[in-house]
Design a protein around this ligand. Structure first.
Ligand code: DGY
Length: 322
């Protein structure tokens, strides 16, 4: 089958070259995100949309009467930016790219935990203005991470990878909460304890790391009340989706020392970020870079390609969401 394929953003060069040499592909050479109306218009001309988290694939985009789209190959594991129900209704298949970004994202969660606890950003900002190490016994002291308690909310692949590093590498006690309890073998091998309710986990943890999907079900899961439930000395880490935290309540909690700090890689209204966050000293802010390593971004591209090729060749699709 000769399908017409649209790449909505630039992908790693080797992946684009692979696609260019084999398929009828149109590339977004400007690399500027397409607007909702551009995406809707594109559905008239393409069988396959290769999307990413910076595209909003809404019912409006999908509902063009002349739409040809049959497959949406998402570059990334999260897919709350795609109206999956609207795709199902229109028999549009949707795929994502799990597994390949697990370790990179887990690395980032651990990094944020260490950065915020050891006040890495504050220390570096200070260093860059004073040009002096200015060693003093009491200067910008952080919190030790080793041996503390980490609470994971959500227990998918990334949370499990974080648990492995935290318990084996940092000798942390690891608690987790998820809708479904893991089997006993998984709990034993990862040295994790299940908490039946989120509030027990929040009250017991020195670090809380979020690993649940975005979307309506988890929207503002961490709200003002839950932030109050955390220890005043605790840190909140988010590499999942910005919508999971009520950002205004978090900003208030950070300013008023309701919690000790936060490490964030994701935000409520990306690509826009609430400017008030930049005025908070005890927060580490990264620009959604969980999967941003050369190795991982290439692997994500090739995983999307393998889904595309399975669809083109009528084979079973590994990462089928609809
Ligand atoms: C993902 O894969 O979901 C990352 O957050 C990038 O979209």
């Amino acid at each position: 089958m000769s399908a017409k394929i649209l790449m909505t953003r630039q992908w790693p060069t080797a992946v684009e070259e692979y696609l260019r040499s084999r398929y009828d592909v149109t590339f977004n050479t400007s690399n500027v995100p397409m607007t909702e109306s551009e995406l809707r218009e594109a559905t008239r001309n393409f069988d396959v949309l290769c999307t990413s988290t910076s595209d909003q694939i809404t019912t409006h985009v999908l509902s063009h009467p002349e739409s040809k789209v049959q497959l949406i190959c998402n570059y990334g594991v999260g897919y709350e930016h795609i109206d999956v129900n609207a795709c199902k209704q229109r028999n549009i298949m949707v795929t994502n790219t799990p597994d390949v970004l697990t370790d990179a994202t887990a690395e980032l969660a651990i990094m944020l935990m260490l950065m915020v606890a050891r006040r890495a950003s504050e220390n570096e900002r200070n260093f860059r203005t004073t040009f002096s190490t200015d060693w003093r016994p009491t200067h910008l002291l952080g919190t030790q991470v080793t041996g503390k308690t980490l609470g994971l909310i959500g227990f998918g692949r990334i949370a499990k990878a974080v648990a492995m590093v935290a318990s084996n590498g940092l000798r942390m006690k690891v608690l987790y909460h998820s809708r479904r309890r893991a089997d006993a073998e998984t709990e034993t091998s990862l040295h994790v304890e299940y908490c039946q309710d989120i509030d027990t986990l929040l009250a017991a943890s020195d670090f809380v790391s979020l690993h649940c999907p975005g979307g309506k079900e988890t929207e503002k899961l961490i709200n003002a009340e839950r932030l109050q439930t955390m220890k005043r000395s605790a840190f909140l880490i988010n590499t999942a989706r910005g919508s999971v935290i009520d950002e205004a309540s978090l900003i208030n909690a950070l300013h008023n020392q309701i919690i000790a700090g936060a490490g964030l890689d994701v935000y409520c209204n990306e690509p826009t970020v609430n400017k008030q966050l930049f005025d908070v000293p005890n927060v580490v802010l990264l620009p959604h870079i969980g999967s941003a390593t050369t190795e991982t971004r290439h692997a994500m591209g090739m995983r999307a390609v393998s889904n595309l090729e399975a669809w083109l060749e009528g084979r079973e699709i590994l990462d089928r969401l609809t």
